[in-house]
Design a protein around this ligand. Structure first.
Ligand code: URA
Length: 242
């Protein structure tokens, strides 16, 4: 368990004098090149403040989580390659643009990752979505694969792997192994995540350095029970039941 001192920063619009801006804790920076942390904008910090608050009820938790998920999906899509696409506009001019190259699919790590499916569907119409269920084996206390349902042609797709909390990384690493065993190249996997621990991010980058991780925030660390701290508690419970 680690608990490094997290960085803090003034937050607010550029035109405001620093003295009038509050100081907030922002994401811990990481050296791993494959980990992409969303820009720590006032919006993002305010949204994260809402979902971290233990007094935020379920309806607001869902609403504000969905807004962060949308930002993650939009940023994740920026990592997909594009090809040139020239179009004609209604005023008879041509515009040199781009379009996405290749097929994608989502894969959610059940149950909490399923909360991110709608955000992906909102950005990618009729996207295929697979599922993986991994749980801790009671006897060995190691993560174990219980169920998976993945598109047949997943090896030909870019995969957006969905899980909101990256604690030790045990489940996410196993999910990547499942994807690799189905022929998905490491560098065609994007892992979308709301809050990561530095330990989880490091385990991930050490093991699969070509998998791109897009996260909203890297927290200070893990506690003795492997909860992310300061974190937000159990994401699945807060999204689905509380
Ligand atoms: N999963 C959660 O939902 N929260 C944590 O803090 C760690 C893993």
């Amino acid at each position: 368990a680690s608990n490094s001192q997290p960085p803090s920063q003034t937050v607010g619009p550029e035109y405001r004098p620093a003295g009038l801006k509050p100081i907030a804790t922002v994401s811990t920076p990481l050296s791993q090149k494959n980990v992409h942390i969303l820009p720590q904008t006032p919006q993002l910090i305010a949204l994260l403040t809402m979902i971290r608050d233990r007094n935020t009820g379920r309806a607001d938790f869902i609403f504000y989580s969905n807004r962060i998920i949308r930002l993650l999906v939009e940023e994740g899509l920026n990592h997909l390659p594009v090809v040139g696409q020239e179009v004609s506009t209604p005023v008879g001019r041509s515009y040199a643009g781009v379009k996405f190259e290749g097929k994608i699919c989502g894969v959610s790590i059940m149950r909490a990752g399923e909360s991110m499916e709608q955000g992906l569907r909102d950005c990618c119409r009729s996207v295929r979505i697979g599922k993986i269920l991994i749980q801790r084996d009671e006897e060995t206390s190691k993560p174990k694969l219980y169920y998976d349902k993945l598109p047949e042609d997943i090896a030909d797709r870019w995969v957006l792997l969905l899980d909101p909390m990256l604690a030790t990384g045990g489940s996410a690493l196993m999910a990547i192994e499942v994807l690799r065993s189905r022929g998905v190249p490491e560098d065609r996997i994007l892992f979308l995540n709301l809050i990561a621990s530095p330990e989880g991010a490091k385990n991930f980058a050490d093991r699969f350095p070509k998998v791109r991780v897009v996260t909203a925030f890297v927290d200070a660390g893990l506690d003795e029970k492997n909860w992310i701290v300061p974190g937000l508690g159990d994401f699945g419970d807060r999204f689905y039941t509380m």
